[in-house]
Design a protein around this ligand. Sequence first.
Ligand SMILES: [Zn+2]
Length: 232
Amino acid sequence: MNEKVLEKSIQQHFDNARSGSDFTLKLIDQITQQYNVDINKLLLATSLCSDEINPILYRLIQTIGNPFFMGGLAGYPFTGITGIKAFASHIPDQGAALILYGPHIGIAEDGEAGVLLRPYQKQPTTSCGALMMALQLLEKELPEVNKDDQQFQELLKLLSAHKNEIAQSENEKMEITLRMFKIIDTKMKELLQSNIQLFNGKKIFLVGGIVINTSPDYEDYFETLTNEVLNN
Ligand SMILES: [Zn+2]
């Protein structure tokens, strides 16, 4: 596969996806040049899936430093109110916060959504695994509560409110990912708004979207769906 074929596959599904390196560069430029933020005083938080296939995160870590991890399965901010409170109290004096959040989806060479060839594997696997598994189970009854699978069961509950729209869509795998973005976006903004006083007027760069995973040797992409500055 060449880069052009991959880009075409991604464009079938996303309007404005940019490569991970381009996305990172422009985001850091926006924060440091346009808003004059000292990069040493910028604290990163992420609400991305637990899946290790996440080069965008490593690029941001190299530039900004270790993040506060708010996300669990599918990128939902499972650390909740306690997570927001802790993160707010860790931001450097006269500093600012960057919160990057959203679900992820693999795009295969032929443009198929929801799968991904991982390094040193011959067969593709699902991505996001949790969302693709939820898709299989949405039509069934919610499973009995199992305290060893709390995150996944919460995802099923959140997504079951959207199951009709997902079932009726042209591409269920894309639709469940977009719906998950909306669920994460709503929850993140709700958590921030109800705790905004804890940020003491420090700027919060809120960037949400969809991480697009590709095959090994190729860059990942990011489709930005929200780019806001709070306390501006
Ligand atoms: Zn995932």
